[in-house]
Design a protein around this ligand. Structure first.
Ligand SMILES: NC(=O)c1ccc[n+]([C@@H]2O[C@H](COP(=O)([O-])OP(=O)(O)OC[C@H]3O[C@@H](n4cnc5c(N)ncnc54)[C@H](OP(=O)(O)O)[C@@H]3O)[C@@H](O)[C@H]2O)c1
Length: 177
């Protein structure tokens, strides 16, 4: 059975590249974005590369939008990958970019909560840091390409059944929270 990959915030940046890499691995990819027009254009760009991409609108801050996507995917899942950052790592806490650091710390906690609460089901939930990637957030001086930034994310999204869950990863290695 073909596996489904759902990517949030995928109209640009790392999410867009994750869609491309999953589609090349023969996943059925659902590219989502909060702006339907932007997402449609991005899905079309990948379709023109010969990749089979579906599109669905999703604003992760809008409950109605989340419910609509849930209807579409209920009964599927497998692997959840939360894109975090080492800026949310406890050992790295500073007062610079406080809101961003706290949001990633909360995402890391959420990753552990969900992984623990669904333990025993065949769903793996992990967080990872893509490192410093050349995107709108990362800026043009970042050290990593989109392909490199997507690498660990795609690896976690394609883990086989029984793989690690409830972990924080960088460069395919487990790291401290
Ligand atoms: N780049 C780095 O160096 C780096 C390092 C560590 C971690 N990260 C993490 O990697 C993830 C992806 O970042 P990126 O570098 O690829 O950034 P990006 O190029 O700025 O892309 C961010 C994406 O998130 C979407 N988005 C924003 N708010 C949303 C919402 N409410 N609902 C749905 N989508 C929303 C944006 O959509 P719009 O186009 O509509 O705004 C865009 O598609 C982020 O979580 C970031 O914190 C990045």
């Amino acid at each position: 059975m073909q596996r489904l990959g759902i990517v949030t915030g995928a109209n640009r940046g790392i999410g867009f590249e994750v869609c491309r890499q999953l589609a090349r691995l023969d996943y059925c990819v659902l590219l989502t974005s909060r702006d339907a027009a932007k997402g449609g254009i991005s899905a079309q760009m990948l379709a023109e590369e010969g990749l089979p991409i579906l599109f669905h609108q999703l604003d992760v801050t809008d409950e109605a939008s989340i419910a609509a996507l849930r209807k579409f995917v209920v009964g599927k899942y497998g692997c959840v990958v939360n894109i975090s950052s080492t800026m949310g790592q406890h050992a790295q806490m500073r007062d610079m970019s406080a809101a961003y650091r706290l949001s990633k710390d909360a995402l890391n906690a959420l990753t552990q909560m969900i992984a623990n609460s669904i333990h025993g089901k065949d769903i793996l939930v992990n967080a990872c840091c893509p490192r410093w990637v050349r995107t709108e957030i990362g800026g043009s001086h970042a050290t990593r390409s989109l392909e490199e930034g997507a690498d660990t994310i795609v690896w976690l999204a394609t883990l086989p059944s029984g793989g690690p869950s409830g972990g924080f990863f960088k460069d395919k290695e487990r790291i401290e929270w």
